[in-house]
Write a protein that binds this ligand. Sequence first.
Ligand code: ZN
Length: 326
Amino acid sequence: MALSCKRQRDRATIVMKQILYLTPVLREMLWGGRRLAEFGYDLPSGNIGECWGVSAHEKGDCTVRGGRYDGKKLSELWHEEPELFGGGPAVYGDFPLLIKIIDAQDDLSIQVHPDDAYAKEHENGARGKTECWYVLDAAPGAGIVIGHNAKTAEELRSMVTEGRFRELIREIPVKKGDFFQIEPGTVHAIKKGTLLLETQESSDVTYRLYDYDRLQNGVKRPLHIDKSLDVIRVPFEEKRIPTVTRNVDDAEITRYVDCSFYTVYRVAVNGAATIPLSGMFHTLSVIEGSGYLDGSLVKKGDHMLLSAGYGSVRAVGNFTAIVTRV
Ligand code: ZN
């Protein structure tokens, strides 16, 4: 009896304290490039625009690399070992997060995402999309589109139907280290020359408002004008979220956003630090340098999940990571 209790306890400990390395899914995009090779990925040919580093989405499901779950899809593990994720499907439904690195060698379409309520009703129960961007690099003079200049819904409609996009969109300069939270209903676009890490709700619902009249395989990609006009918030109101920075041993921890879908931190380790984690599972994407997490080697381009109830993690080395929790 005592022995079986002990065995159960050991299993619980093994299950609870896991670092799961994920093999990303690389996706070719009209506007992509070759810079994702800088993260050590073996790129297929073509314009590779997105690395889905942490994803259990049906359009790009990451595979666990190494350890006791080697070869499992993240979506399988989500259902088979829910205790790794603090309850998994019973608590969150589908895996809730999607972490991408995006290499924009050309402008992405001007787009907008619905919120959860609109997506549920109009997109077969899909999630809406709240997303945020941490800028990894930006070419001199690079810009980004966030928001629009229409004062009323009527003005928005006429600017869109008359194709006055230059007048409509609000473009701002962007530089390395900037952070932006993009709420549903916000017109936005990543533009040429920007490399960024995106944390978002696990959703692929995008309404394309304008695509610069570009052709893909000889045809224009479809636009979604009516749905865009349905969901765009008018007028646009800029929200700046204050960042909070603290030091833990030799680590600098900056919190960028804490919303109802995710909390995003940047953790920069220069030496050694014991970093406390909340009880939830965390994702961790290394964007610079290398080091060790509880003795496991981590390096630029690695994407990991730390199981729920992990406790604190010992970080050693010189590296920077974006850490997210639901
Ligand atoms: Zn978007």
